[in-house]
Design a protein. Structure first.
Length: 152
């Protein structure tokens, strides 16, 4: 299982997801361009001391990401057709999260093999992308038994 971030805008959210990936043993894909300058210093600041513990792959663009991706692309989206409790995950899924400001464009949305939304109270727009990613990952790991791979 992997988490992919489509053109992320906010370094702090990337850092949070890098930390999540490190703690859960899940690789992270970053699909460029990003809304902030990327450097080893930025990586260390955003991911703190966890950044060195996660497998991070940077992709120049969406096409480069697609060319290297195996497994289904599961898009977390506010307009997804399937509520999270009804979604079924596979161990090699790639959980794709859109940019904080724009989400993903229509062609990326359409390319997803599965579109999932985290149910929320009526009248609220969306969760923080890192929070939504953690919720999706937690359920995907539960369903696929990946929690069993972690030590206490």
């Amino acid at each position: 299982m992997r988490i992919a971030l489509y053109q992320p805008d906010i370094a702090g959210n990337v850092g949070t997801l890098l930390r999540l990936g490190a703690c859960m043993g899940v690789a992270i894909d970053l699909i460029e361009p990003m809304g902030f300058a990327w450097s080893e210093r930025a990586l260390a600041r955003a991911g703190m001391d966890y950044a060195a513990l996660v497998d991070v792959t940077r992709h120049a663009d969406w096409d480069a990401f697609l060319a290297s991706t195996r497994g289904r692309i599961v898009l977390g989206t506010t307009t997804g057709a399937i509520p999270l409790p009804r979604a079924r995950f596979l161990a090699d899924d790639v959980l794709l999260l859109g940019s904080e400001g724009a989400g993903v464009p229509g062609d990326v949305h359409a390319r997803a093999d599965l579109r999932v939304r985290v149910p929320m109270r009526d009248g609220l727009r969306s969760l923080n992308v890192a929070v939504a990613g953690a919720i999706l990952l937690g359920e995907a790991m539960r369903q696929t038994g990946l929690w069993d791979d972690l030590t206490d």
